[in-house]
Design a protein around this ligand. Structure first.
Ligand SMILES: Cc1cc2nc3c(=O)[nH]c(=O)nc-3n(C[C@H](O)[C@H](O)[C@H](O)COP(=O)(O)OP(=O)(O)OC[C@H]3O[C@@H](n4cnc5c(N)ncnc54)[C@H](O)[C@@H]3O)c2cc1C
Length: 447
């Protein structure tokens, strides 16, 4: 495709956010008689699903301690449910299985899910939790679990298939997707002012509005826009905390046990909900019985034909290299630095065996292939959805985002003039104003 000299809407990134925004924006423009998909160009330096959206586990859940996150996720789950087959979405549900230290947090999630009409069952107490789990899996054996939140909605989607489906929908609306085109800078008429053109390695493209869905490359684009490298945050104590880095990176730990996905069926022969277990119990090696950790740990897993086995992950770790020095490229499984190693395989497969007897002695079937990838996180690990430089809409999900299919729809509505109450709690100004989201006791940075 020849590059156009000017477009109304230029979207950077063909991942979940860029594609969802393009598709929904095309529909919005048409519905309002303001244009259509031909006004939109998506550019991607690699290709469709080349970033985090193409390697994500694909879990879709509502379980969040923060009310604003829960409401936003409920909206996105609704969008996934509009076309499960088309989006390759498996609505099997989701379970948060927790120790006593998280009991109260999860109880409040369950209460608030009731308030917003999000269907879930909440089981409390060690005995009842074990019984509930055994009605699903006869071999359930995790100890120290005192609550189970069973979300009846949610589940997971096949990562790349859903992205290709979105791209097809967008193209059917007239959206152009230009791959192999890297954005290298921005042009404006005044310092810090509105962007009037995007510079790419294929030439300059004039535009009225930019949308950025750059995932792990959010910091790279942020730097191109000459936005501040650090922020000031008003803490819960009312004190101002200066010089907090705007972006840090975490390495996400995921892998696949290469057994028949049918191994993980429920007692009644169905495919189970996505399982997420957090635990304070000491975790011992399923390989040699040695102690792996006596600190809190967490894992998630699901049978997944797309990955060819039982796929899942464990808590990520923060990358302590200075953000400016972290190599985001080559990304994902091609990275020499940020793919999971033997420690992850040992921990995760042992944790699977800790939870269900059927996984004991299965360590050797762990798929020894590169997996995992890094994500860029904001100062509070929650998304920033906001406009910068007057006409650049940044969608930076802080790595919560595969499940957020609906965010592109809400962004499209905002671009067409309809402000979204669901996106409002995620404005950049929350840092200076101290309007922060509550923090949970989960070992994961995004719960
Ligand atoms: C291993 C892993 C597992 C995950 N699992 C889940 C999960 O189960 N559930 C969940 O909700 N979330 C999950 N996430 C998080 C989720 O994948 C991301 O939050 C989400 O995919 C981000 O989407 P995006 O569209 O912003 O970015 P991406 O999907 O990364 O897309 C960004 C695109 O921008 C392009 N790009 C970057 N810079 C430029 C440039 N300068 N010029 C042109 N193009 C550019 C890239 O090539 C890329 O294709 C996971 C993340 C990882 C890494």
């Amino acid at each position: 495709m020849a590059i156009p000299s000017h477009v109304k809407y230029l979207i950077i990134g063909a991942g979940i956010h860029g594609l969802s925004t393009s598709y929904h924006l095309a529909q919005q423009l048409k519905a309002q008689g303001k244009g259509d998909g031909r006004d939109i160009l998506v550019v991607d330096k690699s290709g469709i699903a080349a970033g985090a959206s193409g390697i994500a586990c694909g879990v879709v859940r509502n379980n969040y301690f923060q009310p604003a996150m829960r409401e936003l996720m409920a909206h996105s789950v609704g969008v996934w449910e509009t076309d499960p087959e088309g989006y390759s979405y498996h609505p099997v549900g989701y379970m948060q299985i927790s120790p006593e230290s998280m009991h109260e947090d999860v109880a409040s999630i369950a209460r608030q899910q009731k308030d917003i009409g999000y269907e879930s069952t909440f089981i409390e107490g060690e005995k009842d939790s074990a019984e509930y789990m055994k009605t699903l899996f006869h071999d359930w054996q995790a100890k120290g679990i005192t609550s189970v939140l069973h979300e009846k909605r949610g589940g997971y989607a096949n990562n790349t298939k859903a992205m290709y489906a979105l791209a097809t929908r967008a193209e059917n609306e007239g959206v152009r997707i230009l791959t192999g085109c890297t954005v290298t800078g921005f042009k404006s008429d005044s310092a810090g002012g509105a962007i009037r053109a995007v510079e790419t390695d294929k030439g300059e493209i004039g535009c009225d509005q930019v949308v950025i869905g750059a995932g792990p490359w959010a910091k790279t684009v942020w730097d191109m826009l000459e936005l501040p490298k650090t922020v000031t945050i008003k803490g819960a104590d009312g004190n101002m905390h200066d010089n907090v880095p705007m972006w840090i990176y975490w390495s996400l730990q995921e892998g696949t046990l290469g057994v028949d996905p049918e191994l993980q069926k429920t007692n009644d022969g169905k495919f189970p909900p996505v399982i997420h277990v957090d635990s304070n119990e000491p975790l011992y090696s399923d390989f040699d019985g040695s102690l792996i950790t006596d600190q809190m740990w967490g894992i998630y897993y699901k049978p997944d034909f797309h990955f060819g086995g039982i796929q899942g992950g464990a808590a990520p770790y923060a990358i302590d290299t200075a953000p400016d020095d972290v190599a985001v490229d080559p990304y994902g499984v091609d990275s020499p630095d940020f793919v999971v190693g033997e420690d992850f395989a040992h921990m995760w497969t042992s944790a699977l065996a800790h939870c269900q007897k059927r996984f004991e002695g299965q360590f050797e079937f762990y798929k020894n292939e590169p997996s995992g990838g890094i994500g860029s996180f904001t100062p509070d690990s929650f998304p920033v959805f906001d406009v910068f430089r007057e006409n650049c809409y940044l969608i930076a999900d802080s790595n919560h985002g595969y499940k957020m299919l609906g965010v592109g729809k809400l962004v499209a509505e905002e671009l067409c003039g309809q402000q979204s109450a669901l996106l409002e709690p995620f404005r950049f100004s929350r840092y200076a104003e101290g309007k922060l989201h509550p923090v949970s006791n989960s070992p994961f940075p995004w719960s």
